[in-house]
Design a protein around this ligand. Structure first.
Ligand code: LLP
Length: 433
């Protein structure tokens, strides 16, 4: 009945999440409210880690792509779960460091790292840089030389694969802004350059084909292309990569229209291709890394809102407007992303009103979801839940219209705690001169 097993309905007819009454949580913490199910985050980590080990052996690395949701408590959980992390900015590095996360296990991504970013990451002891291009490679070499060290790096390579997901998250194509393409020979040139430098230590290669990936064989094709590239570098340059990082993880179910994936089974299919191609090419198997973000945290999240108005435009459509919107979840405005919307305070009422769920921003594009079914008894003051919001919601939240960002409340063992406090209007003016 529900898109995720941590959802339910309790005796009061309220939506429950991680076994807790969402109406009671809304009353306690206010709305809009991000809820995170800690046990689900940990479970998702274990699913990936166990499957990666089973498929690729002890050298397999599973990193949480922390761009999906970054705050201190998340990095503490990742540390406890034995996960590496993928970081993409000074802010994420700082947040991880302030959480006590061991950054020697972090991979540092990004296509436009400044000298200051590079120096900060080295100060913090970030284990591995994923170098995007020649300019960055020279900058990393220079900073490592200044320190008399050799920085461990991967090179980001573009395999030329279309993951058939939405355009904003396609990254594996030849004309991507990320990495250097195999097809044009520019990837090989980047490898030659890296091998000629004394203060970088090339561990291997990284590719990321896209996000919200469901298409049948995307990772299999990426593995095939990347292993052939590794073999080509061995044969032409005498260099054998010891790490192959395949980038982000699988897609998640936002609505009933999305398929259910068995991640362990999917990874077994990838591993079959990996072992077969390594054998075919007589390649010593590189350590395989994967960097899931969305599928670690998405279904561990839920957002609660309070309806502020119910508007019927006779002959046209209905709107339910809530106290949050594109400021806490810009994904429909940006990507037309689908979500499941539920009447959290009255789950047993018939859902007989088609409506758009509108946000509170002074912009008509501020829509959280189009054409959803809610009860026609819904009134101002009633709760509305948007499910599966644990990834790329808080992480992409803004203060547009000077709307303060919601708090993040973690649910654990029947209890709850504030992981990120609610922003106040004074926080907003706090930066102003
Ligand atoms: N590794 C790299 C290098 C990435 O660029 C990404 C995502 C990931 C890993 C994690 O991918 P995932 O497992 O989450 O699919 N804001 C967009 C998603 C952008 C993804 C960017 N890179 C959204 O809300 O759909």
């Amino acid at each position: 009945m529900f898109i995720c097993e941590n959802l339910g309905v309790n005796d009061a007819g309220h939506l429950s999440f991680a076994g807790q009454d969402t109406a009671a949580l809304a009353a306690r913490y206010g709305t809009p409210l991000y809820l995170m199910d800690e046990a689900r985050i940990r479970r998702n980590c274990r699913v990936y880690r166990d499957a990666m080990r089973a498929c690729f052996g002890e050298s397999a690395m599973t990193l949480y792509a922390s761009k999906a949701n970054s705050f201190r408590q998340i990095y503490r959980i990742m540390q406890e779960e034995g996960m590496g992390v993928d970081v993409v900015s000074r802010g994420e590095i700082h947040t991880a460091a302030r959480a006590g996360y061991d950054l020697s296990r972090a991979f540092y991504h990004g296509n436009a790292k400044s000298d200051a970013d590079i120096a900060y990451a080295m100060d913090c002891g970030v284990g591995c840089f994923v170098v995007d291009n020649e300019d960055e490679l020279h900058a990393v070499e220079a900073e490592a030389a200044r320190r008399g060290t050799a920085q461990r790096i991967l090179l980001r390579v573009t395999p030329g694969i279309d993951p058939h997901t939405y355009e904003a998250v396609n990254t594996g194509m030849v004309d991507s802004k990320f990495g250097r393409a195999i097809a044009t020979g520019e990837a090989e040139a980047l490898v030659r350059l890296a091998l000629s430098l004394r203060h970088v230590r090339l561990l291997g290669f990284h590719c990321h084909v896209g996000s919200q990936v469901f298409a049948e064989d995307v990772f299999e094709r990426a593995v095939d292309v990347m292993l052939r590239f590794i073999a080509q570098m061995r044969d032409t340059l005498g260099y054998t990569a010891s790490v192959l990082d395949l980038g982000g993880g699988y897609g998640v179910r936002y609505t009933d229209a999305d398929p259910t994936l068995d991640i362990a089974e999917k990874l077994r299919d990838v591993a079959r291709v990996f072992h077969a191609v390594c054998a075919e090419l007589s390649l010593s198997e590189p350590a395989v890394a994967l960097e899931p973000g969305r599928s670690i945290v998405a279904d561990a999240g839920l957002t609660l809102y309070t309806a502020q108005s119910v508007k019927r435009i006779r002959g046209y459509k209905n709107y339910v407007a809530v106290d949050g919107g594109m400021t806490d979840n810009p994904r429909f405005a940006l990507y037309k992303s689908r979500y499941t919307v539920l009447p959290a305070g009255d789950m047993n009422a018939p859902r007989n009103m088609r409506c758009d769920l509108a946000g509170c921003c002074c912009e008509s594009g501020d829509i959280l979801q189009q054409d959803v079914a809610l009860p026609d008894t819904l009134r101002r003051g009633d709760l509305v839940a948007v499910c599966t919001t644990g990834a790329y919601n808080y992480a992409m939240a803004s203060n547009y219209n000077r709307v303060p960002r919601p708090c993040v409340v973690m649910l654990r063992d029947g209890d709850s705690y504030v992981a990120v406090r609610r922003e106040t209007v004074d926080d907003l003016t706090g930066l102003d001169a």
